[in-house]
Design a protein around this ligand. Structure first.
Ligand code: SF4
Length: 256
């Protein structure tokens, strides 16, 4: 199941928004989702990218190690890193041997109970997860990503069972993921898990459109304006308020 070689789209040496501290951000090639707002459509196909070994990546990390310590590490993102589960597991396991903090940025959609043993192995080397919850409504999730929501929440449960801290990320898009109902439901969903360390509501931006034009892929959100940071902050507040209300309700219900 382990695999020493993977297909990598690119590497950003000094990332500051993809996990704690300064990080080496490794963009994996391949993604099963088709989020309408995706700004990395060039990562979708699995038959692209550059072949790299675990050692190639760790050698690059070691060259800049002083910049990452003490708080940073490696973040696997994409694309969808879980598409190359064997390689990701090898990378994280080797990183841990070298005392490197590991973070996984994922939609979680590829998680399946039947593959639990493989996921247990990966998660035994995973320190932190950035989980994208694309839409709080099951049908909205399908409309936005082309994929069901259920495996994402199953993966979140799995992370909760293993006490892995999770930062949830949610892109807020006008007319799609910015209604009171959608954001409140997001807060209510998150209240049922004990491992959520934070919620980032990210404003939708239009910077990826150029790539669609270059790749000849239709872009379905041409008419949707970018969202301001202030609006995204307001939207986050709605979700957080619903989160706290639901936590109080649950604690009254279960007496904890
Ligand atoms: S999961 Fe990420 S990489 Fe994949 S389509 Fe969605 S935004 Fe793009």
């Amino acid at each position: 199941m382990r695999c020493d070689k993977g297909l990598i789209h690119s590497i950003e040496s000094f990332g500051t928004v993809d996990g704690p501290g300064v990080r080496m951000v490794v963009f994996f090639q391949g993604c099963p989702m088709r989020c309408l707002y995706c700004h990395n459509p060039d990562t979708w196909k699995i038959d692209r990218g550059v072949e790299m070994t675990v050692q190639d990546i760790l050698s690059q990390y070691e060259r800049n190690r002083a910049f990452y310590e003490p708080r940073g590490g490696i973040t696997a993102t994409g694309g969808e890193p879980l598409m190359q589960l064997g390689f990701l597991t090898s990378l994280f396991s080797e990183a841990k041997k070298h005392g490197i903090h590991t973070a996984l940025d994922t939609s979680g959609w590829l998680y399946r109970k039947e593959k639990d043993a493989d996921y247990d192995e990966l998660l035994s080397y995973t320190d932190y997860v950035l989980l994208d919850i694309k839409h709080s409504d099951p049908q909205g999730h399908i409309d936005l990503t082309g994929r069901t929501q259920e495996p994402v929440l199953a993966f979140l449960s799995k992370l909760d069972e293993r006490h892995i801290p999770v930062l949830v990320r949610h892109v807020s898009i006008s007319g799609i993921t910015d209604s009171q109902q959608e954001l409140s439901e997001l807060g209510r969903i998150l209240a049922h898990y004990n491992n959520i360390t934070g919620l980032d509501v990210l404003p939708y931006h239009t910077m990826g459109i150029r790539k669609y034009h270059e790749l000849g892929i239709p872009y379905h959100l041409e008419d949707v304006p970018a969202m301001s940071k202030d609006e995204a902050i307001k939207n986050r507040d709605i979700a957080i308020e619903a989160y706290h209300k639901e936590r109080s309700r649950l604690s009254l219900q279960y007496g904890s």
